[in-house]
Ligand binder design. Structure first.
Ligand code: TYM
Length: 327
């Protein structure tokens, strides 16, 4: 069975984009192989974050994984920092990725462009190195991610090619697995931008009060075309809402267009709001119950145990291959 691997950073609030592009996909894939789904808490340190916020977000993210339907008997859910091989392998792999390619990463350019050079941490620059270590550490073939992370997975593929050319067949080649619909959910307030964790008006947060979710959707930016039609160029706002509706209900774009033929944007937005609230309100309730039950700690401990088993084997394979003597 193929290994499946992915992670989410416990920074900011989880968004509907994270849910559709990643979490929901993890759930769909969990029967097709052994999953390693972690909370990327080391990656969360690449931008300043308060210790208490990091701790709470990490616990909440694990609870949302479980609430969304990840089964701890099938999927290994763990903290990246509970498996020290991530950090150890990253130290090794940093010698096989180069400054030029790291400085071309879109995420690095976006995040660092507004910062003074003196304030850009080395960890932010080396972010894709740790991510490559995460990916290769479990011999994983399938990496479910949203579109914005594909470039990082491609870099990990380049690294695997480079490494294996030099040392033989040591690392397994991964590939990004991206949704056909919903790989890039856009901001509700500016549908030309990705929904990120840092735009309260344009984001739907998984923890938003249902009334707030409805309000954000009802005031989502649309256009003057006055018909519900999928055309991301001309009607980016409507197309984004159609994508959300399609991902949450399983309806195709054709079906949605037919259903709302001759109807106004108000009716359409109400249907999107209903679908979002119907999905997220029970999810919130389950997450809360899970947090109160204390299940999270148990799951993380079990997940880390299994993750450590696999990761330490791959790490020592790499150490041997490159000539670390005592191995
Ligand atoms: P992060 O925490 O930014 O996002 C987590 C996942 O959610 C996806 N995503 C989206 N998908 C669709 N529409 C959106 N608007 C949207 N916003 C976010 C992301 O693509 C991602 O899949 N670097 C990663 C975490 C990570 C990782 C890894 C992922 C660390 N190591 C190894 C895969 C494999 C990140 O920052 O994701």
């Amino acid at each position: 069975m193929d290994h499946i691997l992915s992670g989410i950073k416990p920074t900011g609030q989880l968004t509907l984009g994270n849910y559709i592009g990643a979490i929901n996909k993890f759930v769909k894939l969990q029967d097709s192989g052994e999953s390693f789904l972690f909370i990327a808490d080391l990656h969360a340190l690449t931008l300043p974050i308060e210790p208490e916020v990091l701790r709470t977000n990490s616990r909440d993210l694990a609870a949302f994984y479980l609430a969304a339907g990840l089964d701890p008997n099938k999927s290994n859910i763990f903290l990246q920092s509970d498996v020290s091989a991530h950090a150890e392998l990253a130290i090794i792999l940093q010698n096989y990725l180069y400054m030029g390619e790291l400085s071309r990463m879109t995420q690095f350019k976006d995040k660092s462009s507004k910062m003074k050079e003196e304030a850009i941490g080395l960890g932010l620059f080396a972010y894709p190195v740790l991510m490559a270590a995460d990916i290769v550490l479990y011999d994983s073939k399938v990496i479910p991610v949203g579109e914005d992370q594909v470039q990082h997975v491609e870099l990990a593929r380049d690294l695997v090619k480079r490494f294996n050319n030099r040392y033989g067949d040591v690392l397994v080649m991964p590939r990004a697995e991206v949704n056909k619909v919903g790989a890039r959910i856009m901001s509700l307030s500016d549908p030309t931008k990705k929904m990120s964790k840092s735009d309260p008006k344009g984001d739907i947060y998984l923890k938003d009060d249902p009334a707030v979710m409805r309000k954000k959707i009802m005031s989502a930016v649309t256009d003057m075309e006055a018909h519900v039609h999928y055309d991301p160029e001309k009607q980016p706002g409507i197309s984004n809402l159609m994508t959300i509706l399609s991902c949450l209900t399983g309806k195709s774009f054709d079906e949605i267009e037919k259903e709302f033929e001759g109807k106004g944007y108000g009716d359409f937005k109400r249907a999107v709001a209903d679908a979002v609230v119907n999905e997220l309100e029970p999810l919130q309730q389950r997450a809360k119950q899970i947090i109160d039950s204390g299940l999270v700690d148990e799951v993380l401990e079990k997940g880390a145990k299994r993750a450590n088993e696999i990761a330490s084997g791959v790490l020592s394979r790499v150490q041997k291959a490159i000539g670390l003597y005592h191995k």
